[in-house]
Design a protein around this ligand. Sequence first.
Ligand code: GLP
Length: 261
Amino acid sequence: MAEVVVVGGASEGGDLVARAIRDLIASRPDAVLGLATGSTPLPVYASLAVSLREDPLDVSRVRGFSLDEYVGLPEGHPESYRSVITRDVVELLGLAPDNVLVPNGDPGALQTAGEDYERAILAAGGVDLQILGIGRTGHLGFNEPGSSFASMTRVKTLTPETRRDNARFFDSPSDVPVHCITQGLGTILRARHLVLLACGEEKAEAVAAAVEGPLTAQRPGSIIALHPHVTVVVDEAAASRLDNLAYYRYAYANKPRWQGI
Ligand code: GLP
């Protein structure tokens, strides 16, 4: 069962996850981080940046793999996930740019981009800690409803709903690409620790479907039931549709602190 941690707000969640990442890097200086875009993980990166400033730690060997990328945005487009990860993670945390990969959304490279990416993750020894947000459709990365549980990095078609949700980052809704390249649900399941963050009422339904099932490809988030080490960090609003919320609070309150998350 996923561990559900209910936090007071996004910044408390960010602090909690940033601490776990810091501990991971301290024990494994070449840790492999699974990075996510979207607004939800930003407090994690911000908190980690503050912590690294106040109490420096060598991050020069930390590696990172981002979950997904739009297909066909011009190189350097400010909303390409390559640009976002460079700005919000690599530069903010002072990671070595060459250590952080994003799937290649160049239409000319797409036929092999998925396999290349899978090979690179395997060569790095796999992801130690994968940060995840969740879309309102329940998507992880860009694995929209119906995605195979066994899927690996590949091209997908975004749902109109996801394109609408992400239109806020673009000048016009029609500028949001129709296609993306995303790690598969099978890729995500290989990471050693999944940390899923969600805030706000609009995520409550997707969170409930992810945590309490049923396990179905129609709700990609429900794959977390197949993973042995998952932490779900949610605020009160995102937790509001969980049937077993009282038990999750009780379990976390009684957890030995040395276990971390
Ligand atoms: C995008 C990303 C996902 C992210 C989702 C939710 O579609 N591909 O990885 O989880 O948006 O974004 P937000 O955190 O901004 O709600």
